[in-house]
Structures are given as C-alpha cells and as structure tokens.
Design a protein around this ligand. Structure first.
Ligand SMILES: [Mn+2]
Length: 409
C-alpha cells in the first residue's frame, strides 16, 4: 500500500519577482501551481496510492473567484480516492470566505478538535486538526490522542516545528514530543523546503509542489510513502514542478575576456538544465571572483546581463535569466568576505513581498511629506516593484562606496 503526502500547494498563487521579465513566454509561467497539482494527481493515479494527505496551505488565501475551488473539485473527482486535508495559516477557516461542496472522497479536518479519518480495509487511521484562524501560536501537537492499536497511525499537522527557517512561526512543536507521541508518521506542512526531521517514526515536511520565487530552488514535489505489513518501508521525494528555479554561482577568477565569461556561464547553465530534466528554468546568476572585466561590468550592467541571457538562449534548453548579480572584484581590490554577503542580502531583499510593500509604503509617505516647489516637477520615487528593482544597482554602489569610506583609515 502507498500513500502520497503533500502540503503547501498555494493554489493559484503567482510567481514572484518576475516584474521585469516580459521576455518569458506566458505558457512557461501561466498557472504553474495548477499544472504542478495536475502532475501530483497524475502521480497519485500512476502509483495507485490508497489516499492523499494535504497538510495545510492548499490555498494561498481567499479565492478571488470560484475557479480555484472548481479546479480543486475537478482534480479530486479525477483522483477518485480519499484525500484528507487540514487547513493551514494561508487557508485557515476564517481566511477562506467562499465555499464549494467538495466530492465525497475529500475530508477536511475539523478546526475545533483533532479529527479522524479511518479505513478498516487498509488498517490505517489519520488524525488531523485544521487552523481556525491564521495565527495559531500554541503547540497543537499535545492535543493529538496518539496511535490506535492495530492500525498504521498517521498525524497531520501544519506547523513551523522547531525551526521556521524563513517562514513564520505557526503552531510550533518539539520534534522530541512528536517522536514520543507514538504515531508511525507525522505528515507536516508549512516549510516549503523538503525536510525529513526523523525516520522511524517518520516526521516529514514534503516541501511545496512548485517553486514560486528565486529562493524556492530545486526539485519541488511530494513525498511518496510505501507501507508493507503495517510498517513504513520507503519514503521518497517525487518531483511535480513544471518550472524550476535555480541559483548558479559562476566563478570568473582569471576570466579576462568576455568569451571566457560566456563559456563559463554557458557551462553552468548546462549543469542546471541537466538537473531540471527538461523543465523550463528560471535562473538567478551570481558572478564572482577576480576579473579584469569588473570595471566593464560596473560601467555597463546591461551588457553583462545581456551576455548571460545570450548564453541562456544558446543553452539548448528553456532557460530564462531571472537576475544577474555581479559580485566580481577587480584584481588588487580588497577581499570580498562580509561585503559580498551584504551585497547578496541587498540583492535578495526585494524577493520578500513584505519588504517590497514596506519600502513602497515608505516612498509613498516620503512623496507626501516632500514640500512642493512651484515650477519644479516632483522627484520621481519608485511606485512599483520594477521601479524598486531598477534602483538596486545604483543603491548598492552607493552603499558599497559608503562601506569603503568607512573602512578607510
Ligand atoms: Mn503555512
């Protein structure tokens, strides 16, 4: 018997950080989360799993219209086997205002208490509890009743566990407590990166099924679990993503001709494409090392960016350059170290929607507070993510210069 454990579908959420990249064909980026979900259901059918678990954040937030729910219901009919769902912080009961009657093979777990799904034929029981509201701060794991004798016992929980990573803390719990609870398998959700916190008993974050921005890199998918004689015998990651994000670092040490640069970038793209197994790729390119070309990169960032895009076009795979970050140094320049880390953090800052919103709000406030000078146009301040991104190279140059001035004796 097999079952499929998935979480963090975030159905119909958009890809982030692509504002500047109209060059990407719409068929590559359209409906990524839906197409990945279709892959997931295909996988469930092909592997003939007995049931599917969705451990929270099936939806990204309140549906814009009913098409999100209709799509899910259609896929559940196609699945035609049990699907057990808990709600997470993104799709807590109070967050989702619209509702559809789902097919009878879907069971959404209660928000009021630990709920239960059982199959006598399979000798399996699943316990789970949904988030009533977005902000669940208490440890829910203590309220789970524990395994049922004679049945493979599975617990579903949406939780940041002990280490939220870059995610927010929700329903935190201790791994030791989960281990001690006696379940055969803890089907967790919330952390978008796949993590196996423990084996026998298994405590697993499957990760999300589709990367949605430059920090969600690598193979995204679901966890396929095989059971024999009432015991878990195999737990494997299976990719479902339709578009892969990657970050490549290209070392340009000693690359003093632009043809060297192009060749090294092309080699890195080839390796990236091989790992993506035919999927289109969105790649963030970071250039580093010591090269005599550094001043030329600084003088004309568009030229080196175009050179990277050119290498992508020649790669023989669908590769799109999301962004080029130049961390190279001129020969004889001071070592990178913390400054390079800072440059990376600076460039990555705009990946976070909350940071973008905060910055744009600050610029809106600034615009209102600036005195109006008669006869002079108001200064242009960024109003969109694309306008913010356009400022990054100059802003980093200023910051780097200030750091250098600071470090001077
Ligand atoms: Mn979550």
């Amino acid at each position: 018997m097999k079952f499929l454990h998935t979480a963090d579908i975030h159905l119909d959420s958009p890809l982030a950080g692509l504002a500047r990249h109209d060059a990407i064909a719409p068929h590559v980026t359209a409906h990524c989360t839906r197409r990945a979900f279709v892959n997931l259901i295909d996988l469930a059918i092909t592997e003939d799993v007995a049931f599917v678990l969705i451990a929270g954040d099936l939806y990204d937030g309140d549906w814009r219209d009913f098409s999100t729910g209709l799509f899910f219901a259609e896929q559940m009919r196609r699945l035609a086997r049990p699907c057990i769902v808990v709600r997470g912080n993104h799709d807590a009961a109070s967050v989702i205002s619209r509702e559809l009657t789902l097919p009878p093979n879907v069971q959404v777990m209660s928000t009021r208490k630990v709920d239960r799904w059982v199959s006598d034929d399979l000798a399996v029981v699943v316990h789970g509890r949904s988030f009533p509201d977005r902000h669940v701060t208490e440890d829910l794991s203590g309220s789970y009743p524990g395994p049922e004798p004679g049945r493979l016992s599975i617990a579903m929980l949406h939780s940041s566990a002990e280490d939220p990573g870059e995610h927010e803390v929700y329903a935190p719990c201790r791994v030791a407590a989960l281990r001690a609870a006696g379940y055969d398998y803890w089907a967790l959700g919330h952390i978008h990166e796949r993590r196996v916190l423990h084996e026998q008993p298994h405590i697993v974050f499957p990760g999300n099924i589709q990367g949605r921005h430059a920090r969600e890199t690598g193979a995204k998918g679901a966890t396929l679990v095989e059971v024999a004689d009432g015991r878990i015998v195999a737990v494997t990651h299976r990719a479902t993503d339709v578009l892969r994000w990657d970050r490549i670092e290209v070392d340009l040490d000693g690359a003093d001709a632009i043809t060297d640069v192009a060749a090294r970038v092309a080699l890195a793209f080839d390796q990236s494409a091989a790992a993506a197994e035919g999927r289109p790729l969105l790649v963030r390119v970071t250039l580093q090392g010591v090269t005599a070309l550094h001043p030329a990169f600084v003088a004309d960032p568009a030229a080196i960016e175009a050179e990277c895009r050119n290498a992508a076009l020649g790669a023989g795979a669908e590769i799109f350059v999301e962004r080029v970050i130049d961390l190279t140094r001129a020969p004889g320049a001071a070592g990178a170290g913390p400054a390079a880390d800072l440059a990376r953090a600076f460039a990555d800052g705009l990946d976070d929607p909350a940071t973008v919103e905060r910055l744009l709000a600050e610029f809106r406030r600034l615009r209102q507070e600036l005195p109006h000078v008669p006869g002079r146009a108001p200064p242009t301040l960024p109003q969109t993510l694309a306008e913010l991104q356009a400022l990054v190279p100059d802003a980093w140059d200023l910051a780097a210069q200030a750091l250098k001035d600071d470090a001077a004796p």
